[in-house]
Design a protein around this ligand. Sequence first.
Ligand code: NAI
Ligand code: MG
Length: 339
Amino acid sequence: MSSYKVGVIGGDGIGPEVVAEAIKVVEAVGVSLDTTEYDLGADRYVRTGEVLPDPVLDELRGHDAILLGAVGPPVGSTAVPSGALERGLLLRLRFELDLYVNMRPFTGVPGALAPDCDFVVIRENTEGTYAGEGGFLRKGTPYEVATQGSVNTRHGVERCARFAFDLAATRPRHQLTLVHKTNVLTFAGDLWQRTVDEVSAEFPSVIRDYNHVDATCIYLVENPGRYDVIVTDNLFGDIITDLAGAIAGGIGYAASANLNPDRTGPSLFEPVHGAAHDIAGTGKANPAAAIRSAALMLDFLGESSAAAKVTHAVTEFITSRPDPTLSTAAIGDAIAERL
Ligand code: NAI
Ligand code: MG
């Protein structure tokens, strides 16, 4: 049996609590993990002033995968400067490890607004308005100027589009929707549209569609069944996946994979939710999103049968309409017992 070297960043708040359940479930399905814990996040920053020291980043590069809980201080706290962890840790890991695809699958749970939805959002993860292009002029004066450009490279868009087409070609419906705002963002949108059109020639079996991002917000609520695979840029992907998570059952279920499909380094798997300090230590955190993220990790590591078993166990657990007062650890146990 293979064993995988996994770097674990529990992080802050409920992060370590949900990651512990994800590891419990992976072990229950019979995949052996050689884990190393990394103390990173708001707590570490407050204690030491460090966000992601270079030697830690280098060590992380040596793993097969990284599991992350969530990082961040309580909302409203001023202990960490705004953006320090987002840019210095989360985005830095995405850029340094070239995690250029952010894959977020959404399958509805009973009681959700869209219990039957089943689609995947492929969000470009290293470019767009998140690339860090821009700056201030005359900051702090009445005439100050702030710009935040959207960086879109042919290379970056093409590799993301190809990943999305590849995925669509393996799904039963073979359907891919580009989501953008090509009517207004005529430079970036044009590059995206042309690139997707060209890549589509390699995938004749995939049916292609296009929606504007604002209309997508309507369709996700009124008719999410129209979507199979969505491909979109970094900012639009960030926003529509929060909406998608809300219609599919809520933040406790939404999983995500930050992938380096070229496998030049480890990929990173994390729930979409944050550190939820309001419920940390109470046992109220739902570990399903972290467990589903671990299933995405297993799949990407080539353990597709173990991944399918975990995903199935989570779905079965959710559809059994469990006691809503079950604790974080009890949910982890109940899912592990189904394996
Ligand atoms: P949040 O996702 O932590 O919490 C939003 C609401 O959802 C809260 O009411 C929380 O109790 C609930 N919630 C979240 N996860 C849950 C779970 N697994 N089970 C049950 N309820 C859950 O977002 P918020 O409050 O905006 O951020 C808190 C901290 O987390 C901030 O410092 C923020 O920057 C950080 N954050 C980190 C992320 C990451 O590490 N990728 C992502 C989002 C936020
Ligand atoms: Mg977000």
